[in-house]
Every structure is written in C-alpha cells, then in structure tokens.
Design a binder for this molecule. Structure first.
Ligand SMILES: [Zn+2]
Length: 209
C-alpha cells in the first residue's frame, strides 16, 4: 500500500465558496419569535425589558441557522464534485469541526469528525466531505445517527470500497446539567466495506490518532 492521502481541512468550507447562510424565512422568524417571547415570560423574565426586546427574533434566526441542514441535500453536494479516478488508496479528511444540536434538549454538541473512504472508480472533491458533515450536523441530531448519516450518504452516493467515520464530541446537555465530567468526550464510529477488516480499520485509526 502506498501512503494514504490525509488532509486537514479546517477552513475548507470557506475555501470552497461555501457561504454562511444568513438568509432567513421572515414568516418563520416571526412565528418562532412570538413563541419565544412567551417562553421568556414563562421562565420568569420580562420579555418587554430593553435587553430582551430583540432576543426572540435573534433566537429565531440563530435556530434557523443552526438547523439549515434541513434545506441542504448532502448527496447532491457529493454528486456535484465526483470525478472518475483510478486512485484506490485510503483518502482521509480529519479534524472536521462539527457543531450540532442534540434533539433531546436542543443544546449544542460539538467536536470533530474524521472521515475516510477508499475510492472505487470515483473520487470526490475533498472540500465536499466537510460540507456533507455540516449538512447533517446542522439539524437536530443524536451523535450516533449523525455518524451513520454521514457514512451512509458517502457509501450510497460515491459507492467506494469502504467508508469510515469517527466522531468525537462534547455534549452541553450533559456537561451543563452536571451529568458528565467537564471534559469527557463521546466517541462514535461507523464503517463499511474494507474498513470492516481489522487491518484497514487499524490503519485509519492510527492515521487520525
Ligand atoms: Zn441532550
């Protein structure tokens, strides 16, 4: 085996012409804001005091941004940059930042994703992998499903010889509520194809360590 291709793509999502979505559905912003005003009052706050006047609208916009993955098609992101290529060594994109919201508490979980695949006739533009991760992360999620969503999308769309996904994340719903030690990290993984073989998987895990 020749040397696998290992890429760090901390800023790939910007370099790719990927634009932060700050267009909002104004009807939806208004409806969410109205309900959030009620929530603030219910919590014992005064939603009419100066510091909170614009908070419901800001929260509504933040929520729309943090869940904009619902409007993205991750498979289409991959298909937009697939190329015929005979390269058949492991391709790894590691240290992809993830920011998601747990679906049980709507609180953030965040960390890193490491993704690898072994091409089978097609490769995909490296910057698309972090975008696929982001498209699934920017929704209400659980870490386990996020891991499998990413794996399945790459496997089903690119049809490589194997896919490996490892996610390491901290969950504020556990940390802030005192259920978890401050810095403990949850790790999840999902594999297909050649990564189900001990030797290939071990090489991947060594390269992301
Ligand atoms: Zn939670």
């Amino acid at each position: 085996m020749t040397k696998p291709l290992v890429a760090d793509v901390p800023q790939a999502s910007q370099a790719d012409g990927y634009e932060k979505i700050d267009q909002y559905n104004s009807q939806s912003v208004k409806r969410i804001a109205d309900k959030y005003r009620t929530i603030l009052d219910e919590l014992g706050e005064d939603s009419q005091r100066e510091g909170l006047l614009k908070t419901p609208e800001r929260v509504a916009k933040a929520l729309q941004f943090l869940t904009h993955g619902y409007h993205l098609d991750p498979a289409e992101i991959l298909r937009s940059a697939m190329f015929k290529e005979e390269y058949q060594q492991m391709v790894i994109v590691k240290d992809i930042e993830i920011y998601s919201l747990c679906e049980h508490h709507v609180l953030p979980f965040f960390g890193k994703a490491h993704v690898a695949y072994i091409p089978n006739g097609h490769i995909v533009g490296l910057s698309k992998i972090p975008r696929v991760v982001d498209a699934f992360a920017r929704r209400l999620q659980v870490q386990e499903r996020l891991t499998v969503d990413i794996r399945n999308c790459i496997q089903d769309t690119l049809k490589p010889l194997g896919v490996a996904v490892v996610l390491e994340a901290q969950h504020l719903c556990m940390i802030m509520r005192g259920i978890q030690k401050q810095h403990s990290i949850a790790t999840t993984s999902a594999f297909t194809g050649e990564f189900e073989q001990e030797r290939t998987r071990a090489e991947f895990l060594r390269l992301i360590a």
